[in-house]
Structure formats: structure tokens, C-alpha cells
Design a protein around this ligand. Structure first.
Ligand code: BDP
Length: 693
């Protein structure tokens, strides 16, 4: 058990449960004239049932008791089985125990084969939690169309911000060698509803668009297609110059438009269902339309026109910040993009990170959500834990994702999830992207618990209303054991883990206190980097009087980018939740938190709570020993030891630093840091070349 099988282990159920299910799932009947997607759905059911109940169903063309009956739209047996496909869209499904011609069956009903595939995985997920199927009646459909992973994979195999080995794509051996692992990758994604993947880094190399690489991309697309997964590429805006021999990449230059149209034609000739382009432009040194004095809309629309005849989309990122607006980095994306509302072509979707800075352990939601009603917005989440302890620390992001999705924007559109689902906006493009945490490590994600973040991303992209704790339980059951004694402690660990990280790294709304470049370990003292907004001191602004970034009307007034009610709430320390306080306000050390404690005492208490929670996670994990195989148990236990040490390191280094600034005594009972501040400043890491960027 090295984690390779993810949540698709299909481990044997307890015999009592298996015996109850077995007779009801003895055969599979495919829809008439099945295509490749229905075929992989059936194969997955065979594999899953062989594992869980010890017997694979046979394929049948004659209905018999215990048949899993796959029914597509138009099949008269749907009505007989009481299955209504209305409102399910192209990808939704129904699972229902029914009777057809007086024969008891389990129906998987869907409009399309892709829906049948999702339904098959849905049935396996249900069984994997040890659930009964005699009264099965389940409907499920995604609210968001594009559910996409973003791989930050470079062509040399290195994964930017990847902590799980190198890239899965072997550009050297492709297209000849088609690694079977890519089929497992496709299965895992399809099982949670992911239907697209961007293969290369947003800091893109133009080379991916050359014919040689497109052949390789096409081979990957061929492998993912039967699982309903489309391939997308990050496009470098200056590609017409770098590989097209043009002098310019100006989006209004007709020659540039032609070059992109030809490039799109070439891609679609080889990959007819190619998804489209993801673009990082005029951000962190990347080229873009701004280089020619053009707007993001002009740049995006030029690419959109090249893709439109083929049905492709442009996912144009709003992650921009530059030195010129360093007064408050949090304000720039809104300032650049909001005025462009309604100026993007129909096949453009603007991809916005969950917060205005950068994937911090906690950020308030991005003010663009709800503020561009005439533009489809795609939510970008980071599954890889760039700022949350890389591979080793357990930090379940289901709770982070849920917190963002559930937040009310204060705009008529409603919550972030509503904005992303395009609620009330007709048939517009909708999407959620997740920066993948996947590499070629045996366990895919660098640790067993990181797999939960991939899983949670897919489940929430499919259905943003799913509670994070329910997703945690689903994952725990399938990954370890459906027994309550295993699910309970694993779920408790997951549910407390992200808040623990917030507490020991960036409590009370602090952000970006990580050490330089790699973002691993504490660096709150760093203040000498070239650009102001690269420095932790820029973000916390601590001095002898107080701490925090004033984004209220007396400060940068970033609060004004929110809807009025939200701006009012965040604009006043009395109504700002404690957990975002220092994001929005610079406050004296003796400011009273909502709990009554002083800011100084509350800060230290949260660092201590973070450390204590990791100890609690460790205790809970030891309870799972009887239910988890030795290999994964031991590795996780070791990682928890690392996390415990590093939580302590974060706490001590931060306390030592902030104490040096505030010059206040520690609150009664608080332990002094193990070492002095110079010690923490002198530590160098990461520990291995190439592992931390
Ligand atoms: C930051 C990462 C950097 C990415 C950038 C982005 O540190 O590696 O290139 O975001 O999203 O989080 O473009």
C-alpha cells in the first residue's frame, strides 16, 4: 500500500456488507451501441466490484435480477424504472434501484455516456462507504461546466510549486510511449468529475505549440478522451514571435491574429476536442497585450477568435500585480479587470484566484467575484500547498474551498459559488480550476492526506454545496476503511487541519509571512527584497505600536472594492471577523479582540493553539492504526512528527520576531521561544535543491 491507488482502492468490504450487496450487482447491461466511454464505465464497475464484493459482474444483454442497467436518454425503460433525466444536463446522472419488466435492477441513467461514467463512479463511491443499495435513489449534476486541473508543469519535467515529484508527462518518450499511468490519472479525475486538464505551466514555454509537441499533446488527449477529459494548454502570449517568426505579438496586428488562427487550426486538426488556452499575461514578467498598450480584453478576444470556430475557450487569468501599484497589491486585479466587464468575447472566461493576494492559508474572497456581472468568472483554487507546508503538513483544503465558495459577495449574484455557477446569467461559460498537486511520486500527491485535497477539489467543483466534512468522510472511507472507527478520527484530523496551519503560520488575518521564494517556513522579518510587495514586512506592518495592513478608508481603501455592505463590515475593526482582522486593519497591540483578549495575547494564543492542534492530530492518527496498512500509517505518522516540529518552529520564530518588534512581555503562561530570533533568522532551507520552487 504505497498510496498509488488513491481513493480507488476498492478494498474488500466487510463480509456482511459484501454479502448483502453481491446478489444485487451480478451483471452489467450496457446501453445499445455503446461507445468508448460506456466501455470504460463498465470496466470500472467490474474492477470496483471485484475488489469490494469479491466478484466482478458479468456483461449481459438479457435482463436478469441483479443487473446494473445503464440507460441513456430516449430509452423507454427509463420511464418504467421511474427515472427522470430532466434537469440533469449532459453530465448528470441518476442512480436508482428499480424494477424493469418485474426484474429488480440498479439503474444508472444519464443523457450521455459521460453521465453514465460519472454515475458508475457515483455508485462505486456509494458502495465504498459501506452503504446499502436496496433503496438507492440518487440524482447528481454539476453546476459548473469546466472543472479543470491546472498543471504548473514545465517541459523539462519540473513542476513549479509541485511537491510530489516530477511531471507526469514524459515529453521525451511521447507520443510513442503512452504511459499506462495516464489512464490511472484519467480514472482518478473522472471519478470526481474533473473534465479538463491544462498540461503545462502558466509560466509557459511557447514550444508546447510547435508541431512536435502538439503530437505529444495529442497522444495524451487520446488517452484521456475515453474518460471525458479534455486537454488544454497554457499559451505564451509572445509565441508568434518566439516560434512564429513574427516581429510582434500585438493583438490588433492582423498577422498576429492570423498566426493564432493557424495555430488553432493545426491543434484542432490533431485534437478535435481540444479545450482551449489558459493565459497568464502581464503578470510576474510574462508577456501580454499590455506590452503593446492593449487591454486584457483585447488580448483575450484575439485568442478567443482563433478558437471560436472550433468551440474552444480562453481562460484568461486575473492574477496581476506590478511594482507600479505596490501601495496595495491586493487592489490591482480589480483595478485592471473590473472596468473591462462586458468587454470579453463569449468564449472567454476570466480566471480569478480565490483571494486577492495569492493562495494564503486564509484570505478574504477576491473582490472581483460579483463585481463583473457581465463576464463569466472562473474560480482558481490552489490544490498544491505552496503556502501551507508543501507535502508534509496535513492541511485539508476542503474547508478552505468551502469557506470561499460559501461567502456572500454582497452583490446581487449571491455567494462566490453562485457567481461561479453563473446563476441567473443564462447559458454562459462557467468553471472552476485547481492548481494540481500531482506528480510522478508513487502516491501522486506527495502524501496520502494530500490526495484528499485533489479529491475535495473535484467534488466541490462538481457540487459546491457539498459540505467539506461529508467529502472528508467519503474520502476517508474509500482511502482507508468504511468503518466508523476509522472514518471518525480521519475526518476529525482533516477538519481541524487547515485551521491549525492558519494558527501556527498566519493567524488573525496575517498573510505572506513565509520565507523568500520557496514559501516554506517562517520569514516575518524579511524586508529587504527588491519589490516592496515581495516582503513579509510589507504585509504585516508590525511596529512598536501595532500590527496589520490598513485596507480601510483610512488606509489603502481596498475595502471599497467590495459591495457596500461587505465594504462596511470589513471597513470597521468592530465588525471584521477576528480571523481577517489584520488583513484589513492596522491595530494597536492592546486592541481588544471579540473574545476580550488583547491583540497581543490573542496572537500568541493562536500560535499556541496551532501547535496544540497538531499534537491532537497526531493523537487521533494513532487511533487509526488498526484500520490502516502499516506503510501508509507509518509514513503519515512521520509526516505528523515533521509537522509538529515545524508548527513549533513557526510559532517560536514568529513569537520571537513579533516580540522583538512589540517589545511586550509574553502573556502569563506562554512559553518563551526555544531559541532567540537570530537562530531562526539563520536557518536555511529548503533542504534539497529543486524541491522548493
Ligand atoms: C504564485 C506562485 C508562482 C506562480 C504564480 C501564478 O508563487 O509560482 O507562477 O502564483 O499563479 O502563487 O501565476
Amino acid at each position: 500500500e504505497d498510496g498509488f491507488r488513491l481513493w480507488l482502492r476498492y478494498a474488500p468490504l466487510a463480509e456482511a456488507e459484501a454479502a448483502a450487496i453481491r446478489p444485487a450487482l451480478t451483471a452489467i447491461m450496457l446501453p445499445p451501441e455503446p461507445g468508448p466511454v460506456a466501455a470504460v464505465a463498465a470496466a470500472e464497475l467490474e474492477r470496483g466490484l471485484a475488489g469490494m464484493v469479491g466478484r466482478a459482474p458479468i456483461r449481459t444483454t438479457r435482463l436478469q435480477a441483479g443487473t446494473i442497467l445503464m440507460l441513456r436518454e430516449g430509452d423507454p425503460r427509463l420511464r418504467e424504472a421511474g427515472v427522470d433525466l430532466r434537469g440533469l444536463g449532459d453530465e448528470g446522472f441518476v442512480l436508482r434501484s428499480a424494477s424493469v419488466g418485474s426484474v429488480p435492477v440498479t439503474v444508472i441513467g444519464a443523457r450521455t455516456e459521460q453521465g453514465l461514467l460519472y454515475g458508475s463512479f457515483g455508485l462505486l463511491r456509494h458502495l465504498g462507504q459501506g452503504r446499502a443499495i436496496d433503496v438507492l435513489d440518487l440524482r447528481s449534476a454539476p453546476k459548473v461546466r469546466l472543472r479543470v486541473l491546472n498543471h504548473w508543469d514545465n517541459l523539462d519535467g519540473h513542476v513549479e510549486r509541485g511537491y510530489a515529484g516530477d511531471s507526469l508527462w514524459d515529453w521525451w518518450l511521447l507520443p510513442d510511449w503512452r504511459d499506462p499511468r495516464l489512464t490511472d490519472y484519467a480514472r482518478a479525475n473522472a471519478s470526481i468529475g474533473i473534465n479538463g486538464t491544462v498540461l503545462n505551466n502558466v509560466n509557459a514555454s511557447a514550444e508546447i505549440l510547435t508541431p512536435r509537441y502538439l503530437e505529444k499533446v495529442a497522444a495524451i488527449a487520446d488517452m484521456l478522451r475515453p474518460y471525458g477529459i479534455k486537454v488544454y494548454l497554457s499559451a505564451r502570449f509572445s509565441a508568434p514571435i518566439e516560434i512564429g517568426g513574427l516581429q510582434s505579438a500585438d493583438p490588433v496586428d492582423p498577422a498576429v491574429g492570423r498566426w493564432w488562427a493557424q495555430t488553432a487550426n493545426r491543434i484542432y486538426a490533431r485534437i478535435p476536442d481540444f479545450g482551449g488556452f489558459l493565459v497568464k499575461a502581464n503578470s510576474e514578467g510574462q508577456p501580454g497585450p499590455g506590452d503593446y498598450g492593449r487591454s486584457h480584453a483585447e488580448g483575450a478576444n484575439m485568442l478567443a477568435r482563433a478558437l471560436a470556430p472550433h468551440g474552444g475557450v480562453v481562460m484568461w487569468r486575473a492574477f496581476v500585480y506590478s511594482e507600479t501599484d505596490a501601495a496595495d497589491r491586493a487592489k490591482q486585479a480589480y483595478a485592471e479587470f473590473q472596468p473591462l466587464d462586458g468587454r470579453f468575447d463569449d468564449n472567454v472566461i476570466v480566471q480569478v484566484k480565490n483571494g486577492a493576494i495569492d493562495f494564503q492559508p486564509r484570505e478574504p474572497f477576491h473582490p472581483l467575484f460579483g463585481a463583473m456581472p457581465q463576464t463569466p468568472l472562473m474560480l482558481e483554487l490552489q490544490i498544491t500547498k505552496e503556502y501551507l507546508g508543501f507535502a508534509t503538513h496535513i492541511a485539508y483544503l476542503g474547508t478552505l474551498f468551502e469557506e470561499v465558495l460559501d461567502t456572500d459577495t454582497g452583490h446581487p449574484a449571491g455567494t462566490v459559488a453562485d457567481v461561479v455557477a453563473g446563476s441567473g446569467q443564462g447559458d454562459r461559460l462557467t468553471g472552476i480550476a485547481g492548481v494540481a498537486n500531482i506528480g510522478d511520486d508513487r502516491d501522486w500527491s506527495g502524501s496520502t492526506f494530500n490526495q484528499a485535497n485533489w479529491y475535495a477539489f473535484g467534488r466541490l467543483a462538481w457540487d459546491a454545496a457539498l459540505p467539506a466534512d461529508e467529502i472528508a468522510r467519503e474520502w476517508a472511507a474509500q482511502t482507508f476503511s468504511p468503518r466508523a472507527e476509522a472514518i471518525a478520527p480521519v475526518t476529525d484530523i482533516l477538519m481541524m487541519s487547515r485551521e491549525a496551519v492558519v494558527d501556527y503560520m498566519t493567524p488573525l488575518g496575517l498573510a505572506h509571512l513565509m520565507a523568500t521564494d520557496h514559501h516554506y517556513g517562517p520569514g516575518p522579518w524579511v524586508g529587504d527584497l527588491a519589490r516592496p510587495e515581495w516582503n513579509p514586512t510589507y504585509y504585516h506592518r508590525a511596529d512598536r505600536e501595532g500590527i496589520g495592513f490598513d485596507r480601510s478608508v483610512t488606509g489603502s481603501n481596498a475595502v471599497s472594492q467590495y459591495a457596500p455592505a461587505v465594504a462596511r463590515r470589513f471597513g470597521d475593526p468592530a465588525t471584521t471577523p477576528d480571523n481577517l482582522l489584520l488583513w484589513f486593519h492596522h491595530l494597536p497591540w492592546d486592541h481588544r479582540l471579540s473574545t476580550g483578549e488583547t491583540l497581543w495575547a490573542g496572537l500568541i494564543a493562536r500560535y499556541d493553539r496551532g501547535v496544540a492542534r497538531v499534537a491532537e492530530m497526531d493523537r487521533l492518527w494513532s487511533r487509526t492504526r488498526p484500520f490502516v496498512d502499516a506503510e501508509r500509517h507509518a509514513k503519515t505518522a512521520t509526516f505528523l512528527d515533521i509537522q509538529a516540529n515545524e508548527a513549533r518552529w513557526w510559532r517560536d520564530a514568529s513569537v520571537a520576531y513579533f516580540q522583538s518588534v512589540s517589545e511586550l512581555p509574553l502573556p502569563p503562561g506562554a512559553a518563551p521561544p526555544a531559541h532567540n530570533l537570530d537562530h531562526y533568522k539563520s536557518l536555511t532551507f529548503p533542504h534539497a535543491p529543486g524541491r522548493g520552487d
